[in-house]
Design a protein around this ligand. Structure first.
Ligand code: 5GP
Length: 174
């Protein structure tokens, strides 16, 4: 990683936060069978660590979303790039997302899932930039609240398109 970037959340801090969330969710879903849905692309690494911190019977499905517009800014117009294969009707669904910014992506995806009549929908996000919210969106658990800075690493893409594989969450130095 170049000197222009600084670590905002280290991989150790991320893993500790995820282990705590995993325990909370294991208690919350005690005795239930759930459908866990990572939202791609950004949510894949968070979901991979979270599912291994949870002691819950689960099936895993995937949803993919991309927003039109500039790379560092969501335009609000969301495009579904990948859909689930299992029916969600009557199921307890856990949606796993990397970051909530304006809320537009999550609002769109939550509407889509709810239209399929699940028994419940719970949403967890790794990062929340609350100050940027444009639409109200239900987020049940947040691992880290962050300021209004563009971050990448740990599954989240960098403007150049090569940042997803970093273990830490980083940002450009200000
Ligand atoms: P929203 O629709 O809430 O504005 O934005 C959600 C999506 O925008 C996220 O799933 C993510 O793909 C992207 N996004 C928002 N903020 C950031 C950021 O700081 N870094 C990266 N890499 N993506 C972001």
């Amino acid at each position: 990683m170049s000197n222009d970037y600084e670590v905002m959340i280290s991989s150790e801090e991320i893993m500790q936060g995820i282990r705590e969330l995993g325990k909370t969710l294991s208690d919350y879903y005690l005795g239930k069978q759930i459908v866990l849905i990572p939202l791609l692309k950004g949510g894949f690494m968070f979901a991979a660590d979270l599912i291994r911190s949870m002691d819950v019977q689960m099936q895993i499905e995937f949803l993919g979303a991309a927003s039109y517009g500039e790379q560092t800014k969501s335009s609000g117009e969301v495009r579904l790039t990948l859909d689930t294969t299992l029916p969600l009707s009557g199921r307890d669904v856990l949606l796993v997302e990397d970051i909530v910014d304006t809320g537009l992506t999550l609002a769109y995806i939550q509407r889509l899932i709810k239209s399929r009549d699940p028994a419940s929908l719970h949403t967890v996000v790794l990062l929340d930039k609350k100050i940027r919210r444009k639409v109200e969106v239900e987020v049940d658990r947040v691992v880290f609240n962050i300021p209004d800075r563009f971050v990448f690493g740990y599954g989240l893409d960098s403007p150049g398109g090569f940042g997803r594989n970093l273990s830490d969450i980083v940002a450009k130095k200000e």
